[in-house]
Unconditional design. Structure first.
Ligand code: GLU
Length: 499
């Protein structure tokens, strides 16, 4: 049977380096064995999935040089490759489980489930469904259904004993069934949850190996049970170690930029990015540092993956990128890549009119645009001391702005301006009080052209990173402080929705 692997990203938010890392190992594993690598879009979370995010995932994967054989942008024998286009399939399989009494209708109201959760938490028990609707008689179920009562379909799970999972890298993993909830498989709107859709699709797409992040280990018992219920052979599981921040915590955008687009916009070469992601937990037999995707594939042996949490360290990545620039690009290629980057990082329709109205000669351009083409400005606390707000308040406001920017999908001048203006009015201050701190954060000086235009030119990833750097410079925010800030911040949003 040919090896078939898949990457199954959910199109929510920015394309994450962790997703690219898992995609890389799936691709290399499949292609090193003449197998097939599939890209499947798991867009069953209707609230959070967006076409823009799907588009960003595909384009960032292409930029990295990843090559999937089947996917939503390609043909293939097992499509469609977008879960939102496969709903009847999941509904059919959910009904089959009901028929075989391996799943049940649950008519519990949200209030009842909320109360149940609160009670379990106060009793210090693992939150989870208590099996209430398992007690319903067949005629009660028929009655509810004919009255069109809203329902979800949940899977039955054993209440005792342990589940043993086999993992390619970790051997046998044992998880007590008590920890496993009677998972909802089909929601009241007829959409599947991740678990049902993922298992059905892995089966229907003939996936032989599931290589994914270790955060999914706890889902494996549910998946294994579903395979047993359906009488299907389960793919071989391989849970990869998670990428970590230098302080060993799980890689998070609070501490490290995680968007692939950030690294593209910062001027990293895709070959260096792929090389670095390959080095996360894996090494070449001769331990060489610099190698191509093709070389990795030739020498790939999944057993060489080490389970110690690989650290995603920007300094090492920058070092490796320098190596690629020096060792692997001819001068002509270097020039071509540089021009490509310059063209790609800027929206020249926005930039050129701004420049035209401000310069006398082309040599004036560098001074005007230094903040666009360099890394974040070198700031000192004293840069913020001259502002009207205290350093503490400045830090708080910068964090509020960052949260608003993180929630902003439309990265256009008018929209950004409105976002800032709304925040200022919710804070009961004039927008002119927010502007200077933004100027310093973004450009390093109070003199520049319109700050929202600058933010558009820099793009969301670089802009947000500059805010994080400024917040860190002002002392960073402890977990406790985050909670306090969040309270104030949510209160602001409430005030505006109530008025
Ligand atoms: N949609 C899941 C994700 O967002 C896929 C997890 C898996 O590979 O099973 O990562």
């Amino acid at each position: 049977m040919p090896v078939r692997t898949r990457i199954a990203p959910s199109p929510t938010g920015d394309p994450h380096v962790g997703t690219a890392y898992i995609a890389l190992f799936n691709q290399v594993f499949a292609h090193s064995q003449n197998g097939v690598f599939v890209l499947r879009i798991e867009d069953t979370d209707q609230q959070r999935s967006t076409p823009a995010s799907e588009e960003a995932i595909l384009s960032s994967f292409k930029w990295l040089g990843l090559q999937w054989d089947e996917g939503p942008d390609k043909t293939g024998p097992y499509g469609p490759y977008r879960q939102s286009e496969r709903l009847p399939l999941y509904q059919k399989y959910a009904k089959q489980l009901i028929k075989n009494q391996q799943a049940f209708y649950c008519f519990c109201s949200t209030e009842r489930l909320n109360q149940l959760r609160k009670k379990k938490i106060s009793d210090k028990k693992t939150p989870g469904y208590d099996g209430h609707c398992l007690q319903l008689t067949t005629s009660q179920v028929t009655e509810y259904l004919s009255a069109n009562t809203a329902y979800v379909i949940r899977m039955k799970v054993p209440q005792e004993g342990v589940c043993e999972i086999q993992d390619m890298l970790r051997g046998t993993i044992t998880i007590p069934w008590q920890q496993i909830d009677m998972q909802i498989l089909l929601k009241s709107d007829g959409w599947p949850t991740y678990h049902l859709a993922n298992v059905v699709d892995d089966y229907c797409m003939k996936i032989t190996h599931v290589i994914r992040g270790e955060e999914w280990i706890n889902s494996a018992p549910k998946h294994q049970l579903l395979y047993q219920y359906f009488n299907w052979t389960m793919p071989i599981l391989c849970h990869m170690p998670l990428l970590r921040n230098p302080d060993k915590s799980k890689l998070s955008k609070r501490k490290n930029p995680t968007s692939i687009n950030y690294y593209r916009d910062m001027g990293y070469l895709p070959e260096a990015m792929i090389n670095y992601l390959a080095r996360m937990g894996w090494s070449m037999p001769d331990e060489q540092e610099q190698f191509t995707l093709q070389t990795m594939q030739t020498h790939f042996n999944i057993k060489r993956i080490s389970l110690g949490g690989p650290i995603f360290d920007q300094e090492k990545l920058a070092w490796l990128n320098g190596l690629w620039i020096r060792n692997s690009l001819t001068d002509a290629q270097f020039k071509a890549r540089l021009l490509e980057w310059l063209l790609q990082i800027n929206d020249y329709d926005t930039l050129l009119p701004l420049l035209k109205s401000r310069i006398h000669t082309f040599r004036d351009i560098a001074a005007q645009t230094v903040f666009l083409f360099s890394d974040a400005p070198e700031l000192n606390i004293s840069d913020f001391e001259s502002l009207m707000t205290s350093l503490d308040i400045t830090k708080q406001y910068l964090q509020f702005i960052l949260w608003r920017l993180e929630a902003t999908d439309v990265w256009e001048s008018d929209c950004l301006f409105l976002t800032l203006k709304t925040l200022a009015s919710q804070l009961n201050i004039k927008i002119n009080q927010l502007m200077p701190m933004i100027f310093i954060t973004i450009c390093g000086s109070l003199k520049s052209w319109s700050i929202v235009d600058s933010m558009v030119l820099l793009g969301p990833n670089i802009t947000r990173t500059r805010f994080k750097k400024a917040i860190d410079l002002l002392g960073g925010i402890s977990k406790k402080q985050v909670k306090t800030y969040e309270k104030i911040y949510h209160h602001l949003a409430d005030i505006s929705t109530n008025t």
